[in-house]
Design a protein around this ligand. Sequence first.
Ligand SMILES: [Zn+2]
Ligand SMILES: [Zn+2]
Length: 161
Amino acid sequence: MPLPSVAVSQSPEARFREFLTSRPKPQRYTDQQRELVCHIFEKHRHFDTDELLAELKAANRSVSRATVYRTLAKLVEARLLRKIEIGPRTVYDHDYGYPWHEHLVCSNCGAMIEFTHEGIVEAVKGVAAQKQFRVEGYDLVVRGTCAECNAADAAKRRYVM
Ligand SMILES: [Zn+2]
Ligand SMILES: [Zn+2]
């Protein structure tokens, strides 16, 4: 279940175009990049580079691997996407138009369950203030097993006994 989205004044696509063209050295916004941004922001989900490449291939969208890598880096820089390290895996998540949130990650099925908690935000702010630290961001990843996997595991145990 995605979290409720945050109202933003521009579409992700318009936002990205502005980011590219208003840089000290303006960059071209290519058709391939537009196609990629549209695809990524069609629906909320978490993805890694390989999953994105497979999706693009399945959707018959012709975006080269090099463009995907380069564009993802720029989307993170433009703060449209956030990058989350989960063990050896790098996962991308929407940032623009989406609330800040934390994740419970199932080590069995890979599910990423999103949640927000005011207490966590307050704790981070408090610690940062105490250490005179200017926060740019943080990612809280809680590892474990999800409710479905726990239920399946419990059912399996019952069957064996
Ligand atoms: Zn699971
Ligand atoms: Zn998320």
